[in-house]
Design a binder for this molecule. Structure first.
Ligand SMILES: [Zn+2]
Length: 336
């Protein structure tokens, strides 16, 4: 890494000079073990000597700390903050809930390096709501009733997150990475289009869940349950911190289809997408015999969705954004 245009005083040259930032490997021994760390140094553009720049030392202390923790498998500051956010719990109560002393977590947050044993407990709590719940129950008498109940409720809602398939979580995580604001209604429609287009292009489903024909279009009930609290508002969920990295498990084909849908259907609101699904065969067939405002829980079979989108693909070429936009345009003029 080299950055240009920065200036400071060089002791060797005795004047203000331009300097470059470069990466440099250093070997440092911590508790009798040698580690190689990559740090940033400032090089004088005139004499080539190393310069001391304010702020750089702090940055390197942080870099070394992060690299040391990664090498030893120790938790980071952010991991602890993520745990606090997900379980809606303060630093002292979290410390007690995990079976540590009251000041342990606050000290870690101030920069003290955690032990391997305690790191593993924090990591296990982050990875599994079941484990976190077990810890909370073990240490219940050390917590206030309010803190305990809040954290248990959060653990229950995180467990429901894991009731959805990994692939579904991956798709949802990727959609949220790509779109700024997504309401529950929008998400339901996007998932349906993603499934339909993936079925048509690859002949198999992207996720295992089946959707049902509710009044406002196709709905994945498990996903509905996850986000029902957001009603008509954009989903802003502390639990997403747990989904970070889930989208990495998607294949290139899967990401391609999600990109296609997000860049086309994703430009519309939930109600507009609802109009489109209401004019598609799979939904109309599943709703046969039901009045407009009569609830139903009929499945939209994947085979039927696939058949419909294969026909759409033949007509519009839905493996491109242009084809999809044309399809959307035709469906919306049909609906109005
Ligand atoms: Zn110099």
């Amino acid at each position: 890494m080299i950055e240009k245009g920065r200036r400071d005083f060089c002791i060797e040259c005795r004047k203000e000079v331009e300097y470059l930032l470069q990466k440099k490997d250093i070997v440092k021994s911590i508790r009798d073990k040698a580690y190689t760390f990559s740090i940033t140094v400032a090089i004088c553009a005139e004499c080539g000597g190393e310069m001391s720049i304010p702020g750089l030392i702090d940055k390197n202390v942080q870099e070394i700390d992060g690299q040391y923790r990664a090498a030893e498998g120790l938790v980071l500051h952010e991991d602890i903050e993520r745990l606090m956010k997900i379980y809606k719990i303060g630093k002292a109560p979290l410390s007690l809930a995990l079976g540590f002393g009251e000041v342990t977590i606050p000290r870690y947050l101030e920069g003290q390096v955690p032990s391997k044993e305690y790191s593993d407990i924090v990591k296990a709590a982050l990875a599994s709501p079941v484990y976190m719940k077990q810890k909370l129950m073990e240490n219940r008498e050390k917590l206030t009733d309010a803190a305990y109940k809040k954290a248990i409720a959060a653990a229950d809602s995180i467990e429901s997150l894991f009731s959805v398939s990994d692939k579904m979580l991956g798709v949802i995580a990727y959609v949220f990475e790509k779109l700024e604001e997504v309401t529950p209604l929008m998400l339901q429609k996007l998932l349906y289009f993603i499934q339909g287009i993936y079925l048509a292009l690859y002949g198999k489903p992207i996720f295992a869940e089946d959707c049902r024909a509710w009044i406002h279009g196709p709905v994945y009930p498990e996903v509905y349950d996850l986000f029902r609290d957001f009603k008509y508002n954009p989903i802003d969920d502390a639990r997403f911190a747990l989904l970070e990295g889930n989208e990495d498990a998607l294949t290139d084909d899967e990401k391609k289809v999600i990109d296609l849908v997000v860049n086309t259907f994703g430009m519309y609101g939930g109600k507009t997408m609802e109009k489109i699904t209401h004019n598609e065969d799979p939904w109309m067939e599943a709703r046969k015999g039901y009045g407009d405002s009569i609830p139903s829980g009929e499945f939209l079979p994947k085979g039927r969705i696939m058949k419909y989108y294969i026909a759409v693909n033949q007509k519009y070429g839905i493996d491109t954004e242009i084809g999809l936009r044309e399809y959307i345009h035709d469906m919306l003029s049909k609906a109005s």
